[in-house]
Design a binder for this molecule. Structure first.
Ligand SMILES: [Fe+2]
Length: 598
């Protein structure tokens, strides 16, 4: 979803509501996190390097290799479909100097893959740091650092990740990615969606006006075809902070809606106009193609689990500590419930308590993930184990928004029909299933993004004050995308003192939390990331947020020097299945991967 009111295609309520209220060329270099802030997209390896989907013995390594044009040849810019094929050598070592090389090979890239290169490097040791690089026509890529998963039978290791979502390029500087790159204590970065946005630089632009001409989208218009999506991915890979975060850690990613178009469902999207923008299914195929080319994403076995379409969902193991299921909730979802004039096609905030609307929301024939995937997820969280983490796109916990907090009539209550709340049969079935699991099944921690704000919530078995919690959900803030604070600021008269904007935002989020007693924490102001740390005793979430807006700097996203900093911690204790406060940020890991001292 997108929460932002100015867009011409935004829902009525969204507007009304808040109105009321690495370098490439040159000599071979060893790994250097600080060196990532160099102009990208120059030379053969100008879009940097990345790695992803780490398992016990494998990791995907990625780059884009732009062939130097022969005299008279066109330049193989992303999306161009031009350029000659290029052989690319790759190598993986146990040390950043590549003295102890363990794997190497050669692949050939071409315009067919937009000159991206992806190698699934296998035969590696578990819980071990590796370094990798590429070489072509005398040039060597930046050196990337990666790591296999802490996944050994019977051996308990530390597990720590950075949870991120919603990184709109025009929304601000990617200082969250810079802060993540600087950390040495992460097993991987988990991006749960909206890695790119499809919008252009015109009336459909999101983000601070201060960045117009400074951080513009490429292409300048909405991405609707293969060329557009490839260019948008290339833009992101050329950001020095994002490039650094890819260079320093493996990533596990899953797309949400904006990798295709806002509030997408199985056969359309809120931000897709058939006839004007072409066939949606063709658009989506091209968006998925660009995603798979440009992201270090491994497709799982196609036939292992029944499903509809491309099997993007997957599961990672972490020895006796537990597992991580990555769900995908766009490809097969039923259309969102719309309630004109509050929403048009594609859903959004809709009033509830209206018989026809409630019946649609509860209709068991409507689905978020397809039934086979929901069954796969349900089976996974029921396996005897410790922690079952779930990487998820849209909020699972039931959340009701009081009309007054949205600037709507106070006698109305709203929900967001693009979230699990809009698919209540699936939501109820999953929550009931979690509640039915015996202690031996372990506990579920849902890790979510999408809503551009920071939340810690109990998953309630029922929406009543005396609810029984059946698990928890931690929601990370956006990296840059507009959240509650930006919406309020845009809705209030220009020149409203920053303190008033902050207080108004807190009033709204406070009212939302007050309406849903299972919300233990909700911040609608900061941007950044969330560190998730897993031990046998607890899962802790540390929220790292940008500094509070001030009169001098009412929008910290436009200051490239303002990195997120530690703000607050929440946790869930093993067996409690509920959120509780934590005393402070996580300390050093209790163990480190082989090679981490290099
Ligand atoms: Fe988003």
């Amino acid at each position: 979803m997108t929460i932002a009111p100015q867009h011409t295609r935004r829902t009525v309520l969204k507007t009304a509501a808040l109105a009321a209220a690495a370098a490439t060329v040159g000599p071979l270099r060893v790994f250097d996190a600080a060196a990532a802030a160099e102009p990208a997209s120059r030379g053969i390896f100008g879009y940097g390097v990345a790695s992803g989907d780490p398992t016990a013995d494998a990791v995907v390594i990625w780059t884009r290799a732009t062939p130097p044009p022969h005299p008279g040849d066109p330049v193989a810019t992303p999306g161009s479909g031009l350029g000659r094929p290029l052989p690319v050598h790759w190598e993986v070592a146990r040390d950043p100097e590549f003295r102890d090389r363990v794997r190497h090979g050669m692949v050939r890239t071409s315009p067919d893959s937009d000159h991206t290169v992806k190698v699934d490097v296998t035969g590696l040791d578990p819980y071990t740091r590796y370094w990798y690089r590429f070489r072509a026509e005398g040039e060597t890529s930046p050196v990337g650092r990666t790591q296999t998963a802490p996944d050994e039978p019977g051996r308990l290791h530390a597990l720590r990740l950075a949870l991120v979502s919603c990184s709109n390029y025009t929304g601000g500087y990617f200082t969250a990615y810079r802060a993540i790159a600087a950390r040495d204590d992460l097993d991987f970065v988990l991006h749960v969606g909206d890695y790119i946005y499809e919008y252009g630089n015109g009336a459909d632009r999101f983000g601070p006006a201060d960045l117009i001409g400074v951080r513009d989208g490429v292409p300048a218009t909405e991405t609707i075809d293969l060329t557009g999506y490839r260019l948008r991915h290339a833009l992101h890979k050329s950001d020095p902070d994002l490039a650094a975060a890819h260079r320093c850690h493996p990533w596990i990613t899953i797309f949400d809606d904006h990798e295709v178009a806002n509030n997408a469902w199985a056969s359309g999207a809120e931000n897709h106009t058939p006839g004007v923008e072409g066939d949606f299914m063709l658009r989506r195929r091209q968006a998925y193609q660009a995603y798979l080319e440009w992201m270090p994403f491994r497709l799982p076995e196609q036939q292992a689990v029944p499903h509809q379409g491309i099997r993007f969902f997957k599961r990672f193991g972490f020895g006796p500590l537990g597992d991580l299921s990555i769900v995908e909730t766009r490809q097969n979802r039923s259309p969102q419930v719309d309630v004109p004039p509050f929403t048009r096609t594609g859903g959004g905030f809709i009033p509830v308590g209206i018989p026809g609307v409630d019946a649609q929301l509860a209709d068991p024939s409507r689905h978020l993930p397809e039934p086979d995937q929901l069954r796969w997820l349900s089976d996974g969280v029921a396996q005897p184990g410790h922690w079952h983490l779930v990487g998820n796109q849209v909020v699972l916990t039931p959340v009701r928004f009081p009309g007054a907090a949205l600037g709507a009539p106070p006698n109305l209550t709203f929900l967001n029909s693009d979230q699990w709340d809009g698919y209540q049969a699936d939501q109820a079935a999953l929550i009931a299933h979690l509640g039915a699991q015996p202690p031996a099944a372990g506990d579920v921690v849902v890790l979510t993004g999408d809503i551009h704000s920071s939340w810690a919530m109990d998953l309630p078995a029922s929406r009543s004050a005396g609810y029984t919690p059946v698990g928890v959900e931690f929601v990370c803030p956006s990296v840059t995308s507009d959240g509650f604070y930006e919406l309020v600021r845009a809705a209030l008269p220009a020149g409203t003192p920053t303190g008033v904007v902050v207080a108004t935002t807190q009033g709204i989020t406070g009212a939302v939390a007050g309406t849903n007693p299972w919300i233990r924490y909700l911040d609608g102001i900061g941007h950044g990331y969330t560190v998730i740390d897993v031990t046998p005793d607890r899962v802790q979430a540390d929220y790292h947020l940008t500094p509070r807006p001030t009169a001098a700097q009412p929008d910290p996203r436009i200051d490239p020097a303002l990195e997120p900093a530690y703000a607050i911690s929440w946790q869930t204790l093993a067996g409690s299945r509920r959120v509780s406060p934590a005393t402070g940020p996580v300390g050093p890991r209790h163990d480190t991967p082989t090679g981490a001292d290099r």
